[in-house]
Design a protein around this ligand. Sequence first.
Ligand SMILES: [Mg+2]
Ligand SMILES: [Zn+2]
Length: 187
Amino acid sequence: MQSGLRHVILDRDGVLNREAEGSGYVREPSEFHWLPGALEGLATLRRAGLRLTVVTNQSGVGRGLMTLEQLAAVHARMQEEASAHGAALDAVLFCPHAPEAGCSCRKPAPGLIQAALGRSGIAAADSIAVGDDARDLEAAARAGVASALVRTGKGRRTEALLGDTRVPAYDDLLQLARAIVGNRSPA
Ligand SMILES: [Mg+2]
Ligand SMILES: [Zn+2]
């Protein structure tokens, strides 16, 4: 992991929160459930001065299964709870498009990660993307950003699918956060 790391770009479902059962979409704040270690992991990164950006595919909007207002309410709740745990998020970027829209932001397209980089003013080389799905890792590669896998959400299945990969894998966000912070050179 890079020692000059300043920016962590995180997938949402399966990394921060449990993936929703049934529809597969978190449509209401009450359906947003943090994964064990996620809030503490975010807070660990935040205390170390790292910028935190969430980048998430939310095609439930484009499929007509939820509204932008519902998504905003979910993200407001996520931000509120993150902030209350000392883990305020600097930016939350999402792709609302359906897969067939052919947009440039839905991962594995690199648009969301490129937007995260652009907003942060932090170089790709000083950033890392964290995900549980192969498309998160592919989007990162296409944006020129290193990536890491967490074994939450789809992570174990993804790790098995990828086989022998150079992408580092961690049991959860807290373990990853401790590895990042422990590896950083003092500012
Ligand atoms: Mg995910
Ligand atoms: Zn999109």
